[in-house]
Write a protein that binds this ligand. Structure first.
Ligand SMILES: Cc1cc2nc3c(=O)[nH]c(=O)nc-3n(C[C@H](O)[C@H](O)[C@H](O)COP(=O)(O)OP(=O)(O)OC[C@H]3O[C@@H](n4cnc5c(N)ncnc54)[C@H](O)[C@@H]3O)c2cc1C
Length: 401
């Protein structure tokens, strides 16, 4: 067993940390305050190869492994959740399902542009009346000759208003919809230019204000039948597969958020004096800092284990769920304590910890809410749930050339 990062991982980690501190840190406070998603950041990330770093070289990707995806997620969320979310959505929720489930034609025509960052993908599962209860979605698609016609509404979709491509989930079998049988659901690839698609942004969010979250409306969207992803009836499996990858990046990102809270708290606790000593000398403050140290270490080990399993081609739905749930709970506690350590100043946007405190809440809701992960983990333990073999899997790393 080897717990150390390879020289390549360390080099990549240092490089992406440098990118975040140079290109992202300086503008984040203002972007968050003004609730502004800066599209230039996407262009810059594309230019540097970050938007395809862990996709196979044959699709124009950087050929790095899944651990690198975790490291990148951690480093981007150290600055802000909005930047990590770009990787979660574009790479984990859009590109990896397409890489694993798409036909060669779909992969060849969509992945290279995504890997280069010329086109951005997003993932539309949630609807106004259905989030955790996936089979409660109402969107549907009917086949007409060589086409599908899609109708429905998607809500709370990250990057909805900036993405070029959308993987969306809809019922293709209405009898199965009535019976709540998820094998009647299918996945489709839509393009922004498809007639009948409209999108908008959601305003008034608690956090992730520098990110884009929106809605997608499908009004008789007619697409060629070959834009079905996977087979008809595999949509639910593809959605869960995508979320498995997304959750991994959420867990890794939370490690970055915890580390950001820890660093800010340590600095402040050394500078701020109360009762004639730095606040870091008080045992109750030390206790909060120790909690963050421990949370960071455990979160990091959990996400790296899941990343390693992905590299090896091992199914890790349970391990990813554990990493995600633990990480999000630990992030919320760390961010809350970081605000506490900063006292009144932590309650203002003079320090980044208030932003982290607002941001971390979203991760307890998306990619499987906290309660859903509790149920998943208990069900594995109770023998009520087991991994069934999938027709397609995440390609192990190193990728085939
Ligand atoms: C910032 C942000 C970005 C998002 N991005 C995306 C995206 O890119 N794509 C996408 O498809 N979706 C996205 N979502 C939506 C997200 O996945 C859903 O919000 C999530 O699945 C929860 O669904 P819901 O909000 O409808 O809550 P509900 O499902 O209505 O649940 C409400 C509460 O009840 C609890 N609950 C529900 N069922 C049970 C149960 N059986 N037992 C115990 N408790 C239960 C939940 O845990 C939750 O606490 C995003 C959400 C946010 C906030």
């Amino acid at each position: 067993m080897d717990f150390s990062l390879s020289a390549d991982h360390k080099e990549f980690q240092e490089w992406i940390r440098g990118f975040a501190s140079r290109d992202l840190d300086p503008g984040i406070s203002e972007a968050d305050r003004n609730c502004r998603f800066d599209k230039k950041i996407l262009a810059r990330m594309g230019e540097l190869g970050i938007l395809g770093h862990c996709l196979p070289e044959k699709y124009n990707g950087g050929g790095l492994d899944y651990i690198s995806l975790g490291l990148a997620s951690e480093e981007l969320e150290y600055t802000d959740t909005a930047y990590r979310e770009i990787l979660s959505v574009h790479i984990a929720l859009f590109c990896l399902p397409l890489l694993s489930w798409g036909t060669d034609e779909l992969k060849n025509s969509y992945l290279p542009k995504c890997a280069a960052g010329e086109k951005i993908g997003c993932f539309g599962l949630t609807e106004p009346d259905a989030g955790s209860d996936v089979v409660g979605i109402q969107s549907h698609a009917r086949r007409e000759g060589g086409h599908y016609i899609l109708n429905g509404q998607k809500m709370w979709i990250s990057l909805a208003d900036v993405a070029d491509y959308f993987i969306v989930f809809a019922w293709t079998d209405l009898e199965k919809k009535k019976a709540r049988d998820h094998s009647g659901m299918s996945a489709f690839l839509l393009e922004r230019c498809d007639p009948g698609i409209s999108t908008g942004s959601i305003h008034g969010k608690l956090g992730v204000r520098a990110g884009n979250t929106g809605w997608v409306s499908m009004d008789d969207v007619k697409i060629p039948a070959d834009r079905l992803v996977g087979n008809e009836g595999e949509g639910f499996k593809i959605a869960m597969f995508g979320i498995d990858q997304g959750r991994y990046t959420v867990a890794a990102g939370s490690a970055g958020l915890i580390r950001a809270c820890l660093d800010s708290s340590v600095k402040y606790a050394k500078e701020r004096h109360t009762f004639k000593v730095p606040t870091g000398r008080h045992q109750l403050v030390k206790q909060m800092i120790a909690g963050m140290v421990e949370s960071y270490e455990i979160t990091r080990l959990l996400y790296l284990k899941a990343g390693w399993m992905k590299n090896e081609g091992l199914r890790c739905t349970l391990e990813t769920s554990i990493a995600k749930r633990f990480a999000c709970e630990a992030a919320e506690k760390s961010a809350s304590n970081a605000v506490q350590i900063h006292g009144a100043y932590g309650f203002s946007d003079e320090y980044p910890v208030e932003r982290h405190f607002r941001n971390c809440k979203a991760a307890q809701i998306y990619e499987g809410a906290r309660e859903i992960h509790t149920i998943i983990q208990a069900d594995y333990a109770l023998g009520l749930r087991e991994d069934k073999p999938l027709r397609r899997n995440l390609p192990p790393w190193p990728f085939e050339r």
